[in-house]
Ligand binder design. Structure first.
Ligand SMILES: [Zn+2]
Length: 402
């Protein structure tokens, strides 16, 4: 090969690498300037290129949220800590691969008004200014209620790669519990929870696919170990509209407890039993020989107080829908709707639930779990519940409250 030919091939390769690179570098925000006045406040973002933002408010506590595309925040570490007029403090961070938010804690009610883009800064910088106006309690609450409703009814996040552009049906991520070295509970007949829940999850996925209204992905399709946090990460990376973890319960005592339970994530457990179940399921990582990294709390903080309440409302609706639908098929546990701090239910922006299908320690439950007739009925009910949940939103009073 001549030197010229080699160089030509190399530059061709570089060219294709460049073309294949799916995303350009995110715009930089280098400063957030707050200019308070008596009845209005201007927030100005200094950016490396023109960016499109939107703004809304939320209550409890009063906050202003600016939504942006993905941003490379290059701000001093103490940014946002000091108070300025109506703005007590602010935080910022990524909320999805292609989105970010800046959250301003408000000292007094303010509502967002005009957004003005300009290029007037020297050095090629762009500015985006948002003007806030002081509002009375009632108008602020009303504005917050409208934003909360639009968050609840918002379509699932737009897919961000070419493969999913073709299919914008909502995505359901089903998470068969345990796998690999982490066996889960061992059933009365010697069956492992990891195998029972995988078979059930595959059946549920097929049922959902057959309905054709939603897409579905499994966090595992084989007998492999996957850390709990990676399961959540998987759902977030794929912009899941729902995350559903499937498990089979167990109980140490010989008492014949049986039936299904649906859990939502909450650091305050609904009861001591729920707390114990979560503690047991959270041991999955160490059972699989894996030590999880501590959670990235900076992201969790930003997303957390912002989105968590909305997501929790939706998770409860999802759980309730599931319990209602499966009531005639699965014998329901006493208090079938519970809450506890499951590590796998920590996606702060994806409605999530964990279904304990039944007790691996109950012969009656295990017999059901391996019955194809029961699995068929149960997966039909659950698929219906998911579609109902993701369908046209019916705004109950729960969701209307921000
Ligand atoms: Zn389990």
């Amino acid at each position: 090969m001549t030197r010229f030919a080699r160089r030509f091939i190399l530059s061709l390769a570089a060219f294709y690498l460049l073309m294949a690179s799916p995303i350009m570098a995110a715009p930089v925000i280098a400063d957030i300037q707050i200019a308070p006045a008596a009845t209005s406040t201007r927030i100005r973002l200094i950016a490396s290129e023109a960016i499109t933002i939107s703004a809304f408010v939320l209550t409890n506590p009063d906050r202003l949220i600016i939504e942006t595309p993905d941003i490379n925040f290059q701000l001093p570490p103490d940014s946002g800590l000091a108070a300025e007029g109506a703005i007590k403090s602010y935080r910022f961070g990524k909320t999805a691969p292609d989105r970010a938010r800046i959250v301003f804690d408000l000292a007094s009610p303010m509502v967002p008004g005009d957004i003005v883009n300009s290029t007037a800064m020297g050095g090629g910088a762009y500015t985006v200014s948002l003007f806030l106006t002081a509002a009375d309690r009632q108008s602020f609450d009303k504005a917050a209620q409208i934003s909360a409703l639009s968050i609840v009814t918002k379509e699932p996040a737009a897919p961000n790669n070419a493969a999913t552009h073709l299919d914008n049906r909502p995505l359901i991520v089903i998470d068969p519990g345990h796998g690999g070295n982490d066996l889960g509970a061992t059933g009365v007949t010697g069956l492992f929870e990891k195998d029972v829940v995988l078979a059930f999850s595959i059946a549920l996925a097929k049922k959902i696919e057959a309905q054709g209204l939603c897409r579905v992905l499994l966090t595992r399709e084989q007998d492999v170990f996957i850390p709990l946090d990676d399961r959540v990460k998987f759902a977030r990376q794929h912009n899941a509209a729902v995350f559903l973890s499937i498990h089979g319960d167990t109980i140490a005592s010989g008492v014949d407890v049986h039936g299904a339970t649906v859990y939502v994530g909450d650091e305050r457990s609904s009861d001591a039993e729920a707390a114990k179940v979560a503690e047991y399921e959270n041991k999955a990582d160490s059972n699989g020989g894996y030590t999880p990294q501590t959670t990235d709390s900076s992201v969790a903080d930003i997303l957390g107080d912002l989105t968590l309440r909305e997501t929790r409302t939706r998770s409860s609706l999802l759980a309730r829908e599931l319990v209602t639908r499966i009531a005639d098929t699965a014998h329901l546990n006493r208090n079938p709707l519970r809450a506890a701090g499951f590590r796998v239910l920590r996606a702060v922006d994806i409605p999530s639930a964990l279904v304990e299908l039944g007790y691996m320690s109950s012969k009656a439950d295990v017999d059901q779990l391996i019955s194809s007739e029961w699995t068929d009925r149960m997966t039909t009910r659950m698929a219906d519940a998911l579609v109902e949940f993701l369908g046209p939103p019916r705004l109950s009073q729960d969701t209307a409250k921000p």
